[in-house]
Design a protein around this ligand. Structure first.
Ligand code: MRU
Length: 349
């Protein structure tokens, strides 16, 4: 199944509970948009494009479950749901992008309330379907950058689980592998929530792609000792100049790769580009609960002294100058990013 999909017979939203992987593959069903808000906050669903699709389907749930009998009443319910969904996580711009797309569609529509509800669901479904197409297109472009025999460092989880299906940076690796290229992936664990060790490793197991997990702080060693050919990651929000917010630790990785002249590629759909933001310093960075850092146990015992405190920024910003190229569904973008990125984003497919 897809990471997230609509159950048409039951009119419910289904998604894989990513908190339980790799131990258990559990699919949860949602009937109320507030469950989707909680699922995004608690990271049942995570990854920028997957969050966007979840939010769009969340609006569909709000529409279908609304007791209002007029389109004005329904729109008021939708606005409330939109605000709650929007507030669930701040950094990934796909969330706002998807909500805006559904609300714009709903705003254009003035016929009966039943048809309005169906239009909202259809738009959410289109967003989900397009995500899969966009990822496959990015993967085709991006696979050209991968050479036979490459060792690639990958950060966080950018695979099928982070999207509706196929993935962004991991989608590129997957397509290159399917093309017959021998690729070896060094999987950054990605503390504190370990999306690399838990989710990326699990996906690579399914696809049969060779990999080894490394601690995040080993990346510099592998890069400096000439064992890495490329660095690949996704993005949660890219500013107009190419600065990109991605999972915490991406900045250090890109910095080390840049220092050693290793190509750094970020794979982002244009829905992740926020042209309203001039540079990465303006991107809101989510700070998550300190428990996510402090819940580390060995043999059932906390490894931290009692009373220890922690900080937990979930993302950092990699400046555009460390990026070799940006892979989008409309093609590969090279510097100067401030000019070329805008051109690519406004171009129609
Ligand atoms: O906190 P998460 O797990 O939602 O963060 C996800 C990432 O940072 C991914 O790398 C990003 O969404 C790009 S891949 C689709």
């Amino acid at each position: 199944m897809r990471t997230i999909e609509w159950d048409y017979p039951k009119n419910q939203l289904k998604m894989i509970d990513q908190r339980l992987l790799p131990g258990e593959l559990v699919v949860v069903s949602m009937t109320d948009y507030r469950q989707v808000v909680t699922a995004i906050k608690d990271m049942v669903v995570r990854g920028a494009p997957a969050i966007g699709a979840a939010a769009a389907f969340g609006l569909a749930l709000a529409a279908l479950r609304s007791a209002e009998t007029t389109s004005e009443g329904l729109r008021a319910d939708l606005n409330k749901a939109m605000q709650d969904l929007q507030a669930a996580r701040p950094t990934a711009v796909n969330l706002a992008w998807a909500l805006r797309r559904v609300m714009t569609k709903a705003g254009e529509f003035h016929e009966d309330i039943y048809a309005l509800k169906q239009t909202i669901l259809q738009e959410a479904q289109t967003i989900a379907d397009e995500d899969v197409q966009v990822n496959k297109q990015m993967a085709e472009f991006g696979a050209e950058l991968i050479d036979d025999g490459d060792t690639v460092i990958h950060h966080c989880n950018t695979g099928a689980l982070a999207t509706v299906d196929w993935g962004t940076a991991l989608g590129v690796i997957r397509t290159a592998f399917e093309q017959g290229k021998r690729v070896h992936v060094l999987v950054d664990e990605t503390r504190p929530r370990l999306q690399g060790a838990r989710l990326t490793a699990w996906e690579l197991e399914q696809y049969g792609i060779p990999y080894e997990i490394i601690t995040d702080n080993a990346a510099g060693y592998f890069i400096s000792s000439g064992k890495v050919n490329k660095v690949l990651f996704g993005g949660d929000r890219m500013a107009a100049n190419g600065d990109v917010a991605n999972k915490i630790g991406t900045y250090m990785l890109a910095l080390a790769a840049y220092q050693h002249n290793i190509p750094v590629y970020t794979v982002v759909p244009t829905s992740t580009v926020d042209l309203s933001i001039a540079h990465g310093g303006l991107i809101p960075i989510e700070e998550r609960p300190e428990e996510e850092v402090l819940n580390l146990e060995i043999e059932g015992k906390s490894i931290f002294p009692e009373g220890a405190r922690a900080r937990n920024p979930a993302f950092d910003v990699t400046p555009y100058r460390f990026l070799t190229a940006i892979v989008t569904e409309k093609g590969i973008v090279y510097p100067p990013f401030d000019i070329n990125l805008t051109q690519v984003c406004i171009q129609k497919l």
